[in-house]
Ligand binder design. Structure first.
Ligand SMILES: Nc1ncnc2c1ncn2[C@@H]1O[C@H](COP(=O)(O)OP(=O)(O)OP(=O)(O)O)[C@@H](O)[C@H]1O
Ligand SMILES: [Mg+2]
Length: 464
């Protein structure tokens, strides 16, 4: 399996994968694909050159609802690298002015640790399963000493010594084999046994209250957590559950957390990707005042991280120089040039996402693997309703979406959500009681349900 942080896909393959979910926006797809491939390329470099090559950050610009965040979401599933999607506005929330932007990096390492750990756990799975089986057998056939003539022990039995010692190991081994066979035959899966499980003691409610929420407080709490002894607690579970629990515990024992965190930090530094959404919301125009100051403050806080600095995390210092940043924003009110110049300079690749037209809407409705229409069909199928859309209906919906976007506000593909919800409201409500479970949506039906609303601009502003 490829190592974490190294995506083997070619740019073409990455675009193909994104194509499954996002219609159009080829330019944006291509540039993120190239950026990802460049991570792979720089991974092949060594020595000085490896240090010198720093990623070219991307700024995606496009009006609302055209697929910016969707690209980020799909990218997150696609890349085998630490990936974090965060809204720049998160750092402007009231009371959090200039708040700890470093938390981005901490969250990123955290996700890297999860990835590396999961991978290592997977690689020791077989061994852990074997050990888990032994522990289950231990429950059925405890170690010899404990079963040795229990009555004898109770009644002050000195006679323990007199027992034929040699018999016991044999019986013990035979008993274990017997249980092993039953286990392998799957006969014991539902049997309830009592086992001891590890429970991590947590400082209840958080010693540090809410004030350090998500910041340094977390770090300290985690550190405390690792000092606190693990308690063991008795639980009644089925053999099947016990196997899961034991395998997990054994796998944990088999992996070396220190080397996990080392690798996680390295992977974060050279392969980490941060998607900074809503960057336009922290851009300010002209003379700043009040709220604007805090927004500019956020930019100033973000700057060192994007430029390259070292952030302390509980897994050690993390250098941010080679982390790839992809920022996105609608830039309705502000312009990219309203960002502070230093920050602008750190996003050399600009891509524009196109406004969506009728043809795009038609495809968005039907083509993506999670296309809206497919979603409604699946939902209603649970009621036994077969929902069919005629081509003319789809065309009509796409047309109406365009109209409404032009008339009122262009909210891109989000318009389709509001339109479809309205269109299918009646079917949705009546679905359980429908006599005829075959529902066909044609252009006439679309017109009947939607045209009036669309034509009446005053009304459509409120409901679509
Ligand atoms: N090009 C597209 N292909 C398929 N679906 C799309 C496309 N553009 C938008 N959508 C759908 O529209 C919805 C909104 O898109 P998204 O969240 O990506 O908008 P955005 O560009 O991030 O807008 P904003 O600037 O408001 O954050 C999502 O459900 C998404 O699946
Ligand atoms: Mg968005």
């Amino acid at each position: 399996m490829e190592a974490i942080g190294v995506n083997e896909q070619t740019p073409r393959e990455i675009v193909e994968e994104l194509d499954k979910y996002i219609v159009g926006q080829d330019e944006a797809k291509r540039s993120v694909a190239i950026a990802l491939r460049n991570r792979w390329r720089s991974r092949q470099l060594t020595g000085q050159m490896k240090e010198e090559v720093i990623p070219k950050n991307i700024l995606m610009i496009g009006s609302t609802g055209v697929g910016k965040t969707e690209i980020a979401r799909r990218l997150a599933k696609l890349v085998r690298a630490p990936f974090l999607k965060v809204e720049a506005t998160k750092f402007t929330e009231v009371g959090y002015v200039g708040r700890d932007v470093d938390s981005m990096i901490r969250d990123l390492v955290e996700s890297a640790v999860h990835m590396v750990r999961a991978e290592r756990m997977q690689s020791v799975q077989d061994k852990a399963a074997v050990q888990a089986e032994e522990r289950i057998i231990d429950v059925f056939v405890p170690e010899t000493k404990k079963v040795q003539n229990p009555l004898g022990r109770l009644f002050g039995g000195d006679d323990e010594e007199e027992k034929p010692e040699k018999e016991e190991p044999k019986k013990y081994a035979a008993g274990r084999e017997w249980v092993r066979k039953r286990l392998n035959a799957g006969e014991l899966e539902n049997k309830v046994i009592e086992i001891e499980v590890e429970v991590q003691s947590k400082p209840v409610g958080g010693i540090f209250g809410g004030s350090f929420d998500g910041g340094m407080g977390d770090n300290i709490q985690d550190m405390l957590g690792s000092i606190m002894p693990k308690r063991r607690k008795k639980r009644k579970v089925t053999v099947a559950q016990a196997r899961k629990i034991f395998t997990q515990e054994e796998a944990e024992k088999l992996i070396d957390m220190e080397s996990v965190t080392d690798e996680a930090v390295r992977t974060t530094e050279y392969s980490g990707i941060i998607f900074l959404d809503e960057i336009d919301k922290v851009a300010v125009r002209g003379n700043s005042s009040g709220n604007d100051v805090s927004r500019e403050g956020v930019q100033r806080d973000i700057l060192p991280i994007v430029e390259g600095s070292t952030v302390m995390t509980k897994y050690g210092p993390v250098k941010t120089d080679h982390i790839l940043f992809i920022a996105a924003g609608a830039f309705h009110v502000s312009k990219p040039s309203d960002l502070i110049p230093e920050l602008q300079g750190r996003f050399p690749i600009r891509v524009e996402l196109k406004s969506l037209r009728k043809e795009d809407f038609r495809r968005i409705l039907t083509e993506p693997q999670n296309a809206l229409i497919k979603q409604y069909q699946a939902l209603l199928a649970t009621e036994g309703v077969t929902l069919t859309f005629n081509d003319d209906a789809i065309n009509r919906i796409a047309e109406l979406a365009c109209d409404v976007n032009e008339q009122s506000e262009d909210i891109g593909a989000r318009r389709l959500h509001t339109l479809l919800e309205k269109l299918l409201e009646e079917v949705s409500f009546n679905a359980p009681e429908l006599d005829d479970k075959d529902v066909v949506i044609d252009a006439a039906y679309v017109d009947k349900r939607l045209s009036d609303i669309v034509v009446n601009q005053d009304v459509s502003q409120f409901i679509l």
